[in-house]
Write a protein that binds this ligand. Structure first.
Ligand SMILES: Nc1ncnc2c1ncn2[C@@H]1O[C@H](COP(=O)(O)OP(=O)(O)O)[C@@H](O)[C@H]1O
Ligand SMILES: [Mg+2]
Length: 596
């Protein structure tokens, strides 16, 4: 039974799990974290002393109370110094902590990327690649915003609330401190509740945004197909439908934000007025000075400035956590194909391949291969032929262990490949796939990819063997020609030859050619076949072929039909048997005669 895939958004770990996962990434620079915390505390201390300074200045400068003997120079200078310290330590904190966040982002992105390459083919076929890269991008920027908001907003604000409450309590008695705390608690509770409520609108907007994006990307990737069918209008209509949903979500998003801001302002204005009334009564009673009035006002305003962003900050933090959760959730995806704990490395250079009563299906419902058995002795060549959909490419994928068999075994060098390390197994196998996809880079890069680090001579030799040299010589930019996204600027045949060249460069013990010459014309095919025969001579080779004329020299030919071995033998033997192979051969010979 294959494990089922979770839907794309449902596999996020809880917030605490996310924070626990993030934690190790922050411990790389403990010194920086400590200094940043110190700066945070110093900045806030300077900040809460400011209104006190203001109070003394106002009191000293108030005319009438007592004659101004000297301008309170020291106080003014101290006020200036505190203001500077407040900003300076804040800047210093950003400066020191920035590195911590940036390194954490880098490490996390790399870790997820590496993990994605460890996951199996089925995972990648099921997932949308655009969605994956968005998950990483958002998760990484989520780390940044979470840390920034925590350190630059939440922590300083909490510290400030505590300090201000203490100062008010100490200087002006309980009522001021209580009003402050009550209004702050009310404010936070309101912001969090409303933010939670409007979260669904925010999330909907995000989902719809991503849906519209995926549509656009998919449509642009299929540019040629769209043109072939003249479906530009259809594509535009579909994109617009996605955009329209997004538009509605944005409107709801905006309206609910206004509700949040309105409520917050009401709470701030209410508590500020209440306090001012209280303070002015005290002044009237002579229990407070004008300076106190100014100081209390300054404290309240100073306190609510960062809280003003609370709804936004809370939402951003939640969003960051969700985004990070989705990214870290990828790390919790386990590959279906893993190395056995006691897996061995394949070392031998001359290895045989055996399929032993292999049964396999991509899903549980449909079996693709039924009881398939064959053997390729070291250095020998086996050809598989058969109609499209018979399961030929599946054989190649099983040998490369992109999937595990459900019955029987695939053996290399006599060892069940599930007992081998994937790295060593795959290092022994060169594949020229049926559809070659290239990197959006130069021809040279794409060929050299077969063995990064190969010299220029080696790359050119491989290109010659694959009969690419003539083509490259015609190109104005030669090896530096850019092949376009997925290699779209090359013809099918050219791409296949690049694939052949890089497989040759890899120089593996086992070669798989999956209809590797199907996109070539007969002349190039013959030329390359000679080269391939040369290559195959010393290697164990599995050739999947469409044109039978290309595999007449195989040591054994297997005719696969509907996932079963229908016929097997040498070319001559199969012809003599007069079965399906012989009929197919006759058919293809007639076609070739017709071509001439
Ligand atoms: N990843 C996949 N998931 C489900 N079915 C698949 C997958 N890949 C191939 N198939 C199905 O398996 C069958 C055999 O495919 P394949 O081995 O590629 O055939 P071919 O003999 O033409 O190379 C086909 O019917 C195909 O639709
Ligand atoms: Mg195929």
């Amino acid at each position: 039974m294959r494990r089922s895939r979770l839907p794309e958004t449902a596999d996020a770990p809880s917030d605490w799990r996310v924070i626990r996962t993030l934690w190790p990434y922050l411990t790389e620079f403990p010194g920086r974290v400590t200094v940043a915390m110190l700066c945070l505390i110093l900045a806030k201390l300077a900040g809460v002393l400011l209104p006190m300074m203001m109070k003394h200045l106002v009191d000293d400068l108030t005319p009438g109370k007592h004659a101004i003997v000297v301008v309170p120079m020291a106080l003014l200078l101290a006020y200036g110094a505190l203001r500077f310290a407040n900003v300076m330590f804040g800047e210093l904190r950003d400066l020191v902590f920035g590195r911590v966040a940036e390194r954490a982002m880098r490490r996390a992105a790399l870790k997820v990327f590496e993990h994605l390459h460890r996951l199996d083919l089925e995972f990648h076929l099921t997932r949308r690649t655009g969605g994956l890269s968005r998950d990483i991008e958002r998760g990484v920027s989520g780390i940044n915003s979470l840390l920034r908001f925590m350190l630059f907003n939440i922590l300083p604000t909490l510290l400030e609330i505590a300090l201000v409450a203490a100062i008010l309590l100490f200087n002006y008695g309980a009522s001021f401190a209580v009003i402050t705390l009550v209004s702050v608690v009310l404010y936070i509770a309101f912001s969090v509740t409303i933010t939670e409520w409007r979260n669904k609108y925010v999330r909907a907007a995000n989902t719809l945004d991503s849906r519209a994006n995926t549509r656009a990307i998919d449509s642009l990737l299929n540019y040629e197909t769209v043109k072939y069918f003249g479906n530009e209008r259809h594509e535009a209509a579909q994109y617009d439908r996605a955009l329209a949903d997004w538009e509605v979500a944005l409107t709801q998003n905006r309206l609910s934000l206004s509700a949040l801001n309105g409520g917050q302002s009401l709470i701030v204005a209410g508590s500020l007025t209440w306090m001012m009334i209280l303070a002015s009564q005290r002044i009237a009673d002579g229990a407070m000075t004008l300076g106190d009035f100014v100081a209390i006002n300054a404290y309240m305003i100073q306190l609510f400035v960062p809280l003003n962003f609370l709804g936004f900050v809370y939402r951003e933090i939640r969003r960051s956590l969700t985004d990070m959760g989705r990214m870290f959730g990828l790390l919790e995806q386990h590959a279906a194909i893993t190395d056995a704990p006691d897996a061995r490395a394949l070392r031998s250079h001359s290895v045989g391949v055996a399929f032993d009563h292999v049964r396999f299906g991509y899903g549980a419902k449909r079996t693709i291969l039924h009881d398939v058995s064959f053997e390729i002795a070291p250095g020998r060549k086996l050809a598989v032929v058969g109609p499209s959909g018979a399961g030929k490419s599946t054989l190649a994928r099983l040998l490369f262990r992109f999937y595990d068999v459900q019955g029987g075994a695939v053996r290399v060098d006599g060892i069940d490949i599930r007992q081998l390390t994937q790295d060593s197994l795959r290092a022994h196998i060169g594949v020229v796939p049926q559809d070659t996809v290239l990197f959006n880079d130069s021809l040279f890069y794409n060929i050299q990819y077969g063995r990064p680090g190969a010299t220029r001579e080696e790359v050119e030799r491989a290109a010659r063997l694959a009969h690419l040299d003539g083509f490259i010589a015609q190109l104005p930019d030669g090896y530096e020609t850019q092949v376009g996204e997925r290699g779209l600027k090359l013809s099918g045949g050219e791409k296949q030859r690049v694939a052949i060249a890089r497989a040759l460069l890899k120089d593996p013990a086992i070669m798989i050619f999956d209809e590797a010459t199907s996109s070539l014309d007969s002349a190039s095919e013959q030329a390359i076949l000679a080269a391939l025969r040369e290559v195959a001579r010393s290697r164990t080779t599995l050739v999947i072929a469409h044109r039978l004329s290309t595999i007449t020299d195989a040591d054994e030919i297997v005719l696969l039909d509907g996932g079963r071995v229908a016929e097997r033998g040498t070319h001559a033997g199969l012809l003599a048997a007069g079965g399906a192979y012989a009929r197919l051969w006759a058919l293809q010979q007639k076609d070739r005669a017709g071509e001439k």
